[in-house]
Design a protein around this ligand. Structure first.
Ligand code: ADP
Ligand code: MG
Length: 593
């Protein structure tokens, strides 16, 4: 693998360190400003900065939930409330003996993590809007409990916030505490964002079905993210309690929750730097425009509207290098991805699937063999895509069995198909428009990583190895479909035909034993179809079983070893291309004269 990508890497290395510096310069400047701010010796500015850091600790985690995973967690202020009361109550000795403040802060992180997961659970079942409402409902409950549970929280009168002892004592000590924690939160979430987990989150957001087909399990991943976002929210709460020095339930307003949420949206979804700046701006702005504070809700809304209309991608879009329109130069196809061929055999027997009264598949038998291209043709609505969806585990048929090498495959578990190395593309390409072509292809290899979520968060060696291997494999897959020159381009800048090839490259990342293509030639020019044919043929020669759904008869008859014709969910004919071409019923019903 290393050898094959060497020329590509060498070309990229030239501009490598400069591009790296360019990517980091904003962070370096922000870090320097933060480190040197105490030189101003202005405690008022210091307090504003502390508030901004604390908010960012929460927003950094929330950013993974909202910006990356696309979950509308609008009431995340509840984590701040929980954390603030946990730290304050424990440190003040409202429950048992007083805890050391640092330990109390740690406890608020744990409480935040636990409740982050609890609040996040509904996201697995509820649609976006309803999930937003549950997070808001939870925030209200937390405030009500804080009001009622007087022994611990002091009720409406409140309770004193903790004072951290040396080295992070009030003043610049505490300032650096907040700064370091904000930097740490940034570092960890940026690591996640740039890892296979981050790409998987974005895939869940923008192309959920494709994410599942790549083997990504939404529940497991979302729970990790809710846990991290909850923990960071809880810790932010503990810091907030100390900053406020006295906390009452009305310190945690709906407006604050909206601030966190909007800060991320203004920053731009799927970015770390954008939301960090967004949160910073929203925290600092009201301080310098005090008379406007009573208008803040209105101003937030106006600002959001403006951003959505003028720069829909947020601040991040203005800074985004991937946002440049490429000059497409797809190289000739032909460099083939080495697949480790086996003798996989996939059999469908007696599959029946109806949607209400519609018999989409009506007793289908099919065999797909390694090293062969199996064409699946038929008029529109004859059940081709549905057959693919059954094989990829998306639907559960009412009758029949699906086996791979004799083993029964379960239905309705699309993400488990990746373990059997069954990959697919979609009739309408499903890609993450905001991610680069390379990142999109890397999503296809998510299941091959070995590092855990925590290892990625801390950027440990196994995570880095994962990333290197994944990137190399993705570049190889891209070269094999002739698109390596577009690796760094945003996927939504590509032409339709290019998207189809990117999807194939993503599917190749699984090193598929079986590859299913749903009308890959649709929308392609004659020349592109010719290249596609060569590519598919080469993939099957490597030992992969290919199931090809297609309308272009020429392509089917050129490259298929075997063809099955469907009509109304039933097999109308099956055989070699020559047999099908001369099959009377097929010719009269489908192929025409
Ligand atoms: P093809 O890919 O061969 O054009 P499909 O497999 O998409 O056809 O569809 C087969 C039949 O099943 C069509 O009549 C279609 O309307 C119906 N169908 C497919 N998916 C669904 C669904 N999710 N709900 C209801 N009907 C469906
Ligand atoms: Mg179809």
């Amino acid at each position: 693998m290393t050898e094959a990508t060497a020329p590509i890497r060498a070309r990229a290395a030239g501009a490598g360190w400069l591009a790296k510096l360019e990517g980091r310069i904003s962070w370096i400047l922000l870090g320097l400003a933060g480190l040197l701010l105490p030189l101003l010796d202005d405690s008022y500015i210091g307090v504003i900065a502390q508030r901004a850091y604390i908010y960012w600790v929460l927003s950094a985690g929330l950013n993974l939930v909202v910006g990356y995973a696309g979950q509308i967690a609008i009431g995340w202020v509840s984590m701040l409330t929980l954390g603030a009361y946990t730290t304050a109550a424990l440190a003040a000795g409202n429950v048992g003996t007083p805890w050391p403040p640092y330990l109390a802060l740690l406890a608020s992180g744990v409480i935040g993590a636990v409740f982050g997961v609890i609040v996040g659970l509904p996201a697995l079942r509820l649609r976006t809007f309803y999930f937003a409402m549950t997070t808001l409902g939870f925030a209200t409950i937390v405030t009500q409990v804080a009001l009622a549970w007087k022994d611990v929280t002091g009720g409406g009168v409140g309770t004193p916030g903790p004072t951290f002892p040396w080295p992070f004592d009030p003043g610049w000590g505490f300032y650096y505490f907040c700064f370091v924690l904000a930097a740490l939160a940034t570092w960890m979430t940026a690591n996640i964002g740039a890892s296979r987990y981050g790409r998987a989150l974005v895939a869940i957001r923008d192309a959920e079905v494709a994410a599942e087909a790549c083997g990504i399990s939404k529940p497991a991943l979302l729970m990790m993210v809710f846990l991290l976002a909850g923990a960071l929210g809880g810790i932010a709460g503990g810091l907030f309690a100390s900053l406020q020095s006295y906390i009452t339930p009305d310190a945690f307003t709906f407006e604050m929750s909206v601030l966190f949420f909007i800060g991320i949206l203004i920053g731009g979804r799927g970015s770390i730097l954008g939301p960090a700046l967004g949160t910073l701006i929203l925290t600092v702005l009201p301080e310098f425009a005090a008379p406007l504070v009573q208008w803040s809700t209105f101003l937030y809304a106006a600002l959001l509207l403006l951003i959505v209309l003028v720069i829909p991608g947020g601040i991040a879009d203005l800074l985004d290098y991937k946002n440049r329109r490429p000059v497409p130069q797809p190289e000739l196809l032909g460099r083939v991805l080495g697949t480790q061929g086996g003798n996989t055999l996939i059999t469908l027997s007696g599959i029946e699937l109806h949607f209400g009264g519609v018999r989409a598949i009506d007793g289908l038998d099919l065999e797909i063999r390694a090293g062969e291209v199996h064409g699946l043709i038929g008029p529109n609505g004859s059940g081709k895509t549905t057959t693919l969806n059954v094989i990829s585990g998306y639907y559960r048929p009412q009758a029949g069995a699906l086996r791979i090498d004799g083993a029964d495959l379960a239905f309705e578990q699309p993400h488990v198909r990746a373990q059997w190395r069954i990959a697919r593309t979609f009739q309408t390409p499903r890609l993450v428009g905001a991610a680069s072509v390379l990142e999109n292809v890397m999503i296809g290899g998510t299941v091959h990583g070995h590092g855990t979520f925590a290892e990625s968060m801390l950027s440990l060696p196994r995570h880095r190895l994962d990333e290197r291997v994944l990137e190399e494999a993705a570049m190889l897959a891209l070269s094999s479909v002739g698109l390596e020159s577009l690796a760094k381009v945003r996927a939504d800048r590509l032409q339709h035909s290019e998207l189809r090839f990117v999807e194939i490259a993503r599917a190749l990342m699984l090193r598929p034993a079986c590859l299913m293509l749903d009308e890959p030639a649709a929308g392609l020019s004659a020349e592109e179809i010719r290249r596609l044919g060569g590519l598919i043929k080469a993939i099957s020669r490597g030992g992969t079983a290919v199931l090809l759904v297609e309308h272009h008869a020429d392509l089917i008859f050129d490259i298929c070893d075997r063809v099955t014709v469907l009509n109304l969910g039933k097999v109308l004919a099956a055989g070699t291309p020559a047999e099908i071409r001369s099959h009377r019923e097929v010719v009269s019903a489908y192929l025409g004269a």
